[in-house]
Structure formats: structure tokens, C-alpha cells
Design a protein around this ligand. Structure first.
Ligand code: ADP
Length: 387
């Protein structure tokens, strides 16, 4: 097996490839990528066995890679194409042996991922949209032991179409439910205003109004989530100071929380400007503060702050309430994920607040996470890129 270096191993794939016009050999005459070791005149029986096993492995690997739905392409340390599978050949006619990858596939994301994999010797990812018009590929580029890299391209087009259909359906249903729900809420309020205070129907009307309001909140949150997730919602990014964002959030919360008992402390330790859509970040802070108030209880102390991290600024909302058990933390930002369902419903929660927050932060190019220890409060942290 020692004789079969990686490129040697993949030599049959060169049959798929046309040599490059610039640096490659003449058409039809492939040069071996690895110099053949001198063949002994009278090979020893164990060497023959080795060779046979090697060829068999080679064929198996060739069949395996060619039967893959994913497209695979490998380059050397200089970025020249060394081999590609059938899937890659079907994607583009321009795959040329020894030609530079940039002459083969003109997708900036794929080129970046492959270059980074070669330079950093780590696995890199990306989303390529310029390989075939109208198609999206998930790219994973991994370094090869000899200094090159191999990129695997997975077609996401169908999955994205299904996702879009699902999002459109939810958005349409939510939109259609808006008017009837507003009517139910409006008429139940009118009836409540006119009915005598000790009427037995009062309780029923109150229940109708409360449930219509809850469904109204749910449809609004579903619509908001669908818009942010689909990218339909455009964010107006501007360079702002963290101080401005924190001040906005504290001020707005003081106004909208209707004097509810919350001791808000603002700590700003980041002078750097960040890119943010002020309204959207307002929404993020609003949701996180609302949760602190809801789950940490009245009279609670909440710290709102910002601090610099690498090439971003990290904002945080920390409360000193009951906290969240660690097993729930990784799933907290999923839609409808609630630690205590009954408590969330009782306090009017839809279970979508953190999912919306996450998508707004991601759309800004930031990240979000939660830290908590049971009985030691919860901290929600998100980053925004520096301007
Ligand atoms: P909800 O509408 O239920 O509040 P969210 O998406 O805003 O939905 O939050 C998801 C869940 O995360 C909540 O149901 C709650 O269990 C938990 N949670 C969020 N914030 C806090 C907090 N500050 N302290 C404790 N639990 C929290």
C-alpha cells in the first residue's frame, strides 16, 4: 500500500479530465501526477499482491466517489486541479487537470473556502451560488495531507425551495388570520364595555378576548420570524455607538414596561462603532429585557452592557432570576422551545421571541448564545460586527 500515494490513488479520475491549456500537458496525454516508482524486472510475489490490492482499492474508491450525489474536486497546494469526480464534471464543463481552480469554477465562496483550507490547514465552509445559475451549494473544503485541499459541494437548491415553501405557507396563514383575529378581539372588547359588570357572560367574553389576543401575538411573531428568516426583511445598517443602542434600549424599556419593577443597570465598556439596524436591535433588547422581567420576577436587577471582543462588540442582558438548566441552553433559540411551557403560556409568551432575536442577530453577521446556571440567573449575549 505504501506505493499508492493519494494522487496516485486517484489517478483514474484524470480520465475524466481534460488537461489545462496553460500548465497542463498536451490534450489526451496525461502525465502521471506522482512519478511511478521503478518497476523491478522480476517483481517479487508480495509486491505483485500489494499492487493488485492497491488497484482494487483504487477502483473501489473511484466507484464510490463517482456514485456520490455530491461534487468533489481536489487541488494541490498551489490551487491547481488534481482530480474531480463525475458529479463535479456534470456541474461544469470547465474542469481542467492542472488548471488553476479559479479558471475552473468562478465562485468566490468556493475559492475562498479552498484557499483558507490550504492556508490554515483546517476545514472551512461556505455557500456557493455562482457555480450554476439558480443553484446553491454547501461547500466543505478540507486540507489534504500533501498540502492541497479537497472540496465537497452539496446541492441545497431543493432543500431551500422546500424551506421557502414552508416559510411562505406560514407567512400566508398568519397574514390570513390577522383580520379575523382583530375582529374577534375588537368585538369581544366592545361587548365587554357594554355588558353589566355582574353578568355571567363576562367571564366567557374575557376568555375569548384573552385567547384572541394571544393568537394575535402568535401570528404577528410568526410573520416577523418568516420575514427575517427569508431575508425579505431588509435591515438598514448604520454605524452606531454601543452606548446609543444601550441608551435606546433602556429608555424604551422604561417607557413600555409601564413602571414595572425592574432595576436596570447599564454598563458600557465599548467605545467602538458597530453596524446595526437601530429598530431591529431595539427589538432584540426589548425581547431579552421582557424575558428577564417575565422569568426573573419583579423587583429583579438586570444588567445591560457592551464590551469589545475581537472584531465585534458583545452586548449582554444579565438577570439574577432562577436561571435555566444547562441541558436547555443549546435549544433555547429554536422556535417554540420553552423550558417551562405552562409558565411561558401563562405569561403570554409565544415561544418565538428568542428565535426572532437569533435571526435578527444572524442577519447582522453576529452570533448569539445564553449562559446560565440554575438558581444563578441567566445571561444572553450577542455580538455585532464592528463598523
Ligand atoms: P417565550 O415567549 O416563551 O418567552 P422565548 O423564545 O422568548 O419564548 O423564550 C424561550 C424560553 O426560554 C422561555 O419559555 C423560557 O423558558 C426561557 N427563558 C428565556 N429567557 C429567560 C430568562 N431570562 N430566565 C429564565 N428562562 C428564560
Amino acid at each position: 500500500m505504501k506505493r499508492h500515494g493519494l494522487f496516485h490513488f486517484f489517478k483514474p479520475f484524470q480520465r475524466n479530465l481534460q488537461p489545462g491549456t496553460r500548465s497542463g500537458p498536451a490534450p489526451g496525454a496525461f502525465e502521471p501526477l506522482v512519478a511511478e516508482p521503478p518497476v523491478p524486472q522480476d517483481p517479487a510475489p508480495d509486491l505483485l499482491e500489494d499492487d493488485l490490492a492497491g488497484r482494487q482499492n483504487q477502483r473501489q474508491l473511484e466507484t464510490l466517489l463517482n456514485s456520490m450525489q455530491d461534487a468533489v474536486i481536489a487541488v494541490d497546494a498551489e490551487g491547481r486541479v488534481q482530480w474531480a469526480n463525475q458529479g463535479m464534471m456534470e456541474l461544469t464543463q470547465r474542469v481542467r487537470l492542472q488548471a488553476h481552480l479559479v479558471e475552473t469554477v468562478r465562485d468566490p465562496e468556493l475559492l475562498r473556502a479552498v484557499k483558507e483550507a490550504v492556508d490554515t490547514r483546517t476545514v472551512r465552509g461556505g455557500r456557493a451560488i455562482a457555480i450554476v445559475s439558480g443553484k446553491t451549494f454547501d461547500v466543505t473544503a478540507a486540507p489534504l495531507p500533501d498540502g492541497g485541499a479537497v472540496a465537497v459541494l452539496r446541492d441545497l437548491t431543493e432543500r431551500e425551495l422546500l424551506e421557502k415553501t414552508r416559510r411562505d405557507f406560514i407567512a400566508n396563514v398568519s397574514h390570513e388570520l390577522r383580520t379575523p383575529l382583530t375582529n374577534i378581539q375588537g368585538y369581544s372588547e366592545t361587548l365587554l364595555d357594554t355588558i353589566s359588570p355582574d353578568s355571567p357572560q363576562r367571564e366567557f367574553l374575557e376568555i375569548i378576548r384573552k385567547n384572541a389576543a394571544r393568537m394575535g401575538r402568535l401570528t404577528e411573531d410568526l410573520l416577523a420570524l418568516a420575514r427575517v428568516e427569508s431575508g425579505e426583511k431588509r435591515f438598514e445598517l448604520e454605524a452606531v455607538t454601543p452606548e446609543d443602542l444601550l441608551r435606546d434600549a433602556a429608555q424604551n424599556f422604561a417607557e413600555t414596561s409601564g413602571g414595572r419593577d425592574l432595576e436596570l443597570e447599564v454598563k458600557d465598556g465599548a467605545p467602538q462603532l458597530v453596524f446595526a439596524d437601530r429598530d431591529a436591535i431595539h427589538h432584540v433588547f426589548g425581547n431579552l429585557l421582557e424575558n428577564a422581567l417575565k422569568y426573573a420576577g419583579t423587583g429583579t436587577r438586570v444588567i445591560l452592557g457592551a464590551r469589545p471582543v475581537e472584531d465585534a462588540v458583545e452586548f449582554y442582558v444579565q438577570d439574577f432570576g432562577p436561571g435555566i438548566p444547562s441541558e436547555h441552553l443549546p435549544r433555547l433559540f429554536e422556535r417554540f422551545y420553552r423550558v417551562d411551557k405552562a409558565r411561558s403560556r401563562e405569561s403570554g409568551g409565544t415561544g418565538l421571541g428568542l428565535a426572532i432575536v437569533k435571526h435578527i442577530v444572524l442577519a447582522h453577521g453576529g452570533t448569539i448564545r445564553a449562559e446560565s446556571e440554575l438558581n444563578h440567573g441567566a445571561t444572553f449575549l450577542f455580538t455585532l460586527p464592528r463598523a
